[in-house]
Design a protein around this ligand. Sequence first.
Ligand code: 13P
Ligand code: SF4
Length: 311
Amino acid sequence: MADKETGDIAERICELKKEQDAVILAHYYVQDSAQDVADYIGDSFYLSRLAAGLECRTLVFAGVRFMAESAKLLSPEKTVLMPEPRADCPMAHMVRKETVDKARETYGDDLAVACYVNSTTEMKAWSDVCVTSSNAVKIVSRLPQHHVLFIPDMNLGRYVAEQVPDKHIILNDGFCPTHEAIELSEIEDLMVRYPEAVVCAHPECTPWVLEKAGYVGSTSGIIRRVEEGTETDYIIATVYGVSHRINEGIAGSGKRIHFPKTTPICPNMHMVTGEKILSCLENHTGEIDVDEACTAGARRALQRMLELAKD
Ligand code: 13P
Ligand code: SF4
């Protein structure tokens, strides 16, 4: 987008936000043009906590469907708009009810179902508690049950199991196609080129990529690690969208970030642009609603996450 055009879009969005008492939330993976017009940018946990507490009539969620649905569940009185309603997270669908039923049957009351927020409202309703990448270790370690079925992401689940060895974690076979596609060989190539670099990886990466990481954390954790780090070079194993914020934060510091040769892009997040934010505010499109039958259970699991995540 040309600068003039970008400025016009931002100005028009500002007017519409005032008229509609709207706040724009964006995830770090959406396109730069969407991040640039957002009121708040963050990781999944930060955004869901915000959504629960903000005082406004309308939330525009620049992200994928599970994020907008979580906002609606935590703030049912608000109108929640998705600038790109087709943006969905494939991993959010990767668990079957039979898996949950079987685990409950096997372990009874000593089982908790921990559901990554990257999941449908229905899956959240099957679960006892939600987690995000930034609080999964803390929450799982605080659960009273010994057995924990972790859905849907096997990579985050395996990482949590390593960090909380006293729990018995049962894994499901879901995964994020974008993080799963980050090749170990491309990370190793970067490690050879930048031997002093620290590898910063999202826990959705494969275990062999995580093995190389000096830091594992959520998107905001990775951004903070680079901003606060004393190293010059950082190898980033997550979606390229985080580079926008990192580059702003490290401008003039001499620090450098390096992504794998095959740039990790989440095709769903990538559909979300500044222009689509403008269009949804102008035309009041993309309003989302949640499946009534699952609302109470899903909200309970999200609220339990907010409770257990408190220090
Ligand atoms: P974060 O909670 O770390 O922002 O992750 C969200 C996500 O979808 C990662 O792929
Ligand atoms: Fe889902 Fe992966 Fe995209 Fe995150 S990066 S929204 S987990 S597909």
